[in-house]
Ligand binder design. Structure first.
Ligand SMILES: *Cc1c(COP(=O)(O)O)cnc(C)c1O
Length: 414
């Protein structure tokens, strides 16, 4: 049996995409030729270092000593007793450096960029969490870092802009269109193409053209590898269900991957149901979307009636993306994983209830996963187990929640 000390960053080989980067019908590279060469360079390098013991040992060093891995699993006795059914465990990704799983990916990619001889990284960021994780690891590796962020998002997330600048990153506003994440992606790609020699594009989730969905999944798969060993260690059995929130899908695919061959384990991805099922009110891509191409890959996407990318909403800034990583689309169509949604209100209730029962304030993103676990736990028996990916801590969301309480938009549950 694998114990927790055997857990290395080296990915377990199953569900790899084909050489064109397709997971079944999803993924690939839908991009201009200019970008293709640059992606091929990354693919070649990644495939080489994926099997390189020295690269993996260096990554393991930073996982342990910079980010604080392995993160524990925590049995929520109070929450489970309140719900009166399955026992709920949290995989504590909130205890990573910077308070979420994102640094796991930026560490992996920045080490790759360094091995490739790159001097500079560019990244996109929406709410700023990926930008902060990129800025931190660029500082760590002595690389220069430019983060593109929609001007609108910069205004909303001033503190993260300042954090990035403190760690030496240049934050550039994307001024076109809606001035949010989509425009930031466009500008980051532009900067990458303009400066091909020295620059590495550090993408923030398990999305985008091949090889990003594979690479990000591999780096994040340490979450599930640890959690599976920890479950066997403490409970001597696997969980009955694994639940994770899905934005682009990196924490979810990270915790799912190791469990994919364990067909007795239900894998449940929770999408942001927002204010309701009307287009524009949610970002539940797999629950309501259709298959198409976005940002260079084929997957489920939310389109409006004219076939344009639909506007999206979620109370949680880290989940409002109109696409989803291609491997999730594949797991959905092959029925290995289920995808559901919970509303803004359900997520906020879960945010309060976990804080109150266990003294753990979850990120609003993670609160979506907690909310769904709370829905299904009462219908399960006491010897069953739900493992929830607690992707991040909620300190970043406290001011937003406080304002909503003051304005009477939410009420604190009993
Ligand atoms: C960014 C973020 C997410 C969403 O990203 P995924 O790629 O879907 O994991 C979820 N939780 C937290 C805490 C985040 O910061």
């Amino acid at each position: 049996m694998k114990t927790i000390s055997d857990c290395s960053p080296m990915p377990t080989r199953h569900n790899d995409p084909d050489t064109q980067g397709f997971f079944g019908d999803f993924g690939g590279q839908y991009i201009p030729d200019a970008v293709k060469d640059m992606l091929n360079e990354i693919t070649e390098a990644y495939m080489r270092y994926r099997d390189d013991p020295q690269f993996q040992a260096e990554l393991a060093y930073y996982f342990a000593n910079y980010s604080g891995r392995p993160t524990p699993i925590f049995r929520c006795d109070n929450l489970s007793a309140r719900l009166g059914g399955a026992r709920i465990y949290l995989k504590r990704e909130d205890l990573n450096h910077l308070g979420a799983h994102k640094v796991t990916n930026t560490l992996g990619q920045i080490l790759l960029a360094k091995r490739m001889g790159k001097k500079r990284v560019v990244a996109e960021t929406g709410a700023g969490q990926h930008g902060v994780a990129t800025a931190a690891t660029a500082a760590l590796m002595g690389m220069s870092c430019t983060v593109f962020m929609g001007e609108e998002d910069m205004e909303r997330q001033k503190l993260n802009v300042f954090r990035m600048r403190m760690m030496g990153a240049e934050v550039k506003p994307a001024l076109s269109g809606q001035r949010t994440l989509k425009e930031a992606v466009d500008e980051a790609i532009g900067a990458w193409i303009a400066d091909k020699g020295d620059t590495y594009y550090l993408l923030g989730s398990a999305v985008g053209p091949h090889p990003y969905p594979l690479m990000v999944r591999d780096f994040q798969s340490i979450i599930g590898r640890e959690a599976r060993a920890q479950m066997l260690d403490t409970e001597k059995k696997l969980p009955d269900a694994v639940v994770a929130c899905v934005g682009g899908g990196s924490n979810a695919i990270g915790i799912f991957h190791e469990f994919v061959p364990d067909t007795s384990v239900r894998l449940i991805g929770v999408e942001p149901g927002g204010r309701g099922v009307k287009l524009g009110e949610h970002a539940a891509t797999m629950c309501h979307g259709s298959v198409g191409v976005l940002h260079g890959f084929k997957s489920y996407v939310l389109f409006d009636h004219d076939g344009e990318i639909a506007p999206v909403h979620s109370i949680s800034a880290g989940l409002d993306y109109p696409g989803v990583g291609p491997e999730h689309s594949y797991l959905k169509d092959t029925k290995r994983a289920e995808y559901v949604s919970v509303t803004d209100k359900e997520a906020v209730d879960a945010f309060f209830i976990l804080s109150r029962t266990e003294g753990i304030i979850p990120a609003l993103e993670s609160a979506h996963a907690v909310a769904y676990a709370m829905k299904i736990a009462p219908g399960m028996s006491k010897d069953q187990i739900i493992l929830v990916s607690l992707s991040g801590r909620g300190d970043k969301d406290v001011a937003q929640i406080q304002e909503m309480v003051y304005n009477g938009f939410v009420t604190v549950p009993e």
